[in-house]
Design a protein around this ligand. Structure first.
Ligand code: PLP
Length: 383
């Protein structure tokens, strides 16, 4: 087997698509230590700097002391520990949903929710740039699949017309902030399409919760649309500084997911520490606007200094060519900046990019210095 795999790996190397892990020897923060060297870290999804926040650490510690390290079993067997329940109540209350259900990851949430809602007789319509978790879930569901060009509601409306001729339900899925482009979905226009053709709408708010909306309630809440969206997905692993995922919706939806979402039923419940940490992170969001305000100060500062347009904490610098992107990332690394090169299959071939993620924990100086580096890089890779 190894011989076959080795030659496949070499093929990836030849296409500049081989990936490798890098061991990090420090907590998540504006600086990370890798192989003994300190880097200014612009790669983490820890947008509010909560992953290593004292309150969040304390939330994890308290949950461990009270409930131990492990969850013991699937939540339907005996793993439905109080920290998960408490977290669900807090998520539902803070994010203004009737109910919430916590999964072991955001990936598991998507994989559980979509096939629980649609099957071969139904239609699933996705934005072209939806995250891999949504694509994988779509395939697993067996639903008839239609994909519309990124952010473009007219072709989406045409797919809805097509779907209306079929029997079964129609589910439309979009992210609110897109993970590799950092831009916003036209959420209001999508919701308005419901007046023409009814459908179920699921919005993945992985990169919006904590970042957008009052007290980090996400884009749907910021636009006052949450009540018109049947399912919202989120992760505990980004702005909430922990690990795990969740779905928000009606009590009936959550009841159905408990009965039908396979990644929920057949997987150990999230650990007490992960739940305790996320609960503390929500407490921080509720008590102080400071991390979110600092994050947006940094976003606006980078926008101005590097002459970029930013709609979220994710700032793509599209280079195009895979090898040139790797070179750009290496050059930044040389200068002490950790910024990931994102390549196929995470983005389309020839759309490789540097993906800068900003955090509330970055100092103004660090952001200004990065802006200077990005200008240098853009001159370097310009055709
Ligand atoms: C990160 C991400 C997920 C997966 O969340 P995890 O908790 O990391 O598994 C799902 N959807 C989107 C859009 C993401 O960016």
């Amino acid at each position: 087997m190894d011989k076959v795999l080795q030659s496949r790996l070499e093929e990836l190397s030849a296409q500049q698509l081989r990936r490798k892990l890098t061991e990090v020897g420090s907590p998540q923060g504006p600086e990370i230590e890798i192989e003994g060297r300190k880097y200014s870290n612009f790669s983490s999804n820890d947008y509010l700097g909560l992953a290593a926040h004292p309150r969040v650490r304390e939330g994890a510690r308290r949950a461990i002391e009270e409930f131990g390290a492990g969850s013991g079993a699937s939540r339907l067997i005996c793993g439905d520990l109080a920290p998960a329940r408490r977290l669900e109540r807090k998520l539902a209350e803070h994010l203004e949903a009737q109910a919430a259900l916590v999964f072991s990851s955001g990936y598991a949430a998507a994989l559980g929710v979509i096939p629980a809602l649609v099957g071969p007789e139904d239609t699933l319509i996705l934005d072209k740039l939806c995250h891999a978790s949504i694509i994988d879930a779509a395939k697993q569901s067996g639903a008839a699949l239609r994909v519309y060009p990124h952010g473009n509601v007219e072709p989406l409306a045409e797919h809805l017309d097509w779907a209306s001729a079929r029997s079964g339900q129609t589910l439309v899925v979009t992210e609110s902030i897109f993970s590799m482009d950092g831009d916003r979905a036209p959420l209001r226009a999508i919701v308005e399409l419901k007046e023409r053709r009814p459908f179920w709408l699921m919005v993945d708010e992985a990169h919006a919760i904590g970042v957008l909306g009052q007290a980090g309630r996400g884009l749907a809440n910021e636009l006052g649309l949450a009540a018109r969206i049947e399912i919202r997905l989120g992760t505990l692993g980004k702005a909430l500084g922990s690990a795990g995922g969740f779905a928000l919706g009606s009590g009936t939806l959550i009841e159905w997911l408990i009965n039908r979402a396979r990644s929920f039923i057949y997987s150990t419940g999230p650990t007490p520490s992960a739940c305790g940490a996320a609960e503390a992170a929500i407490d921080v969001l509720r008590e102080t606007p400071e991390p979110q305000r600092r994050l947006w100060e940094n976003i606006r500062a980078l926008e101005e200094a590097a002459d970029l347009k930013c709609e979220s904490a994710i700032v793509p610098v599209v280079v195009g060519d895979e090898a040139a992107t790797l070179e750009a990332a290496a050059s930044l690394r040389e200068a002490g900046y950790w910024v990931p090169a994102i390549r196929y299959p995470t983005v389309a071939r020839g759309k490789a990019r540097l993906r800068v993620s900003l955090s509330a924990a970055h100092s103004a100086q660090a952001v200004a210095a990065l802006a200077g580096e990005l200008k240098r890089i853009r001159e370097l890779v310009a055709p």
